[in-house]
Design a protein. Structure first.
Length: 277
């Protein structure tokens, strides 16, 4: 579904939610209390500023007795075969974020990936998929990265574990190009990238990827991911803990200048390796 069409459906979702809520004689605060979100969230859903998660849509159906209409709309909007079910909503939030902070322990984040790197990762995790399916997933990943080219792009802060720089995904030549791409984005000030060196030892996010997103008119969220699942969290106390973990990662990382030098050095190492094979 094209982005413009998806937005139209989200706007219909919001308009219909407001109509059904008012018909039920409930304020935004009252409905929010019954579905375990704030009244402000309900207002943002109705204005199509923020998109509800599937479980919230299901609870809205239960409270308003709407025969599953909001669940069906939500499933239609997040049902994108290019993304895992647990990640589709994150993609929607990326487009709305004013600031994204990300920690990547093993793999270059999707927003920074080159086509060759993305293809190698996709094939490694989907070895029996057709080329057409792989191309579709890669195209979606590159499409996501377009937000960094937008004039209204979010602030993008990334901390990479040094492991990310050392694994030759797609081979030495592919990896050199990937690291060159990251270095270029840093020099163009499209992103601030720091590296957590191996020497740092244990760190505050040992269990997996961590992403924080902030918005103009909505509370921040945290997203964590492991190999086969992801969790989007907007509970303020938990988001605050995630923000603290990211702060600890940043103070343990190299400076931006030292990080860029390490990224460029690793790229040169891969280039030398490619030239001797």
């Amino acid at each position: 579904m094209a982005n413009a069409s998806r937005q139209v459906v989200w706007e219909f979702f919001g308009t219909e939610l407001k109509r059904r809520r008012e018909n039920a004689g409930l304020t935004q605060v009252e409905l929010g209390g019954r579905v375990f979100v704030s009244g402000g969230y309900i207002g943002q859903f109705e204005q199509a500023i923020r998109k509800p998660q599937l479980d919230v849509a299901q609870r809205i159906d239960d409270v308003l007795q709407t025969d599953g209409i909001f669940e069906r709309l939500c499933r239609k909007l997040i049902d994108d075969p290019r993304y895992a079910d647990y990640f589709a909503h994150v993609v929607e939030l990326e487009r709305l974020a004013t600031k994204i902070c990300e920690f990547a322990p093993t793999v270059v984040p999707g927003l920074l990936q080159t086509k060759a790197y993305a293809r190698a990762v996709t094939i490694a995790t989907n070895p029996f998929r057709t080329d057409a399916h792989v191309d579709e997933i890669v195209a979606a990943r590159l499409e996501r990265s377009l937000i960094l080219d937008d004039a209204a792009r979010p602030e993008y802060w990334v901390t990479l574990h040094e492991t990310v720089l050392r694994v030759p995904v797609g081979g030495p030549q592919s990896m050199a190009a990937q690291l060159d791409h990251i270095a270029r984005l840093v020099r163009e000030r499209s992103a601030v990238v720091t590296v957590l060196p191996h020497a740092a030892g244990a760190h505050a996010a040992m269990t997996g990827d961590l992403r924080l997103m902030e918005f103009e008119d909505a509370p921040p969220v945290a997203y964590t991911e492991t190999s086969f699942s992801g969790t989007l969290v907007d509970v303020p106390a938990v988001v605050k803990r995630a923000q603290r973990a990211y702060d600890l990662l940043r103070v343990a990382a190299l400076s931006p200048e030292a990080s860029l030098a390490l990224i460029e050095s690793a790229a040169e190492d891969f280039r030398r390796c490619a030239s001797t094979t």
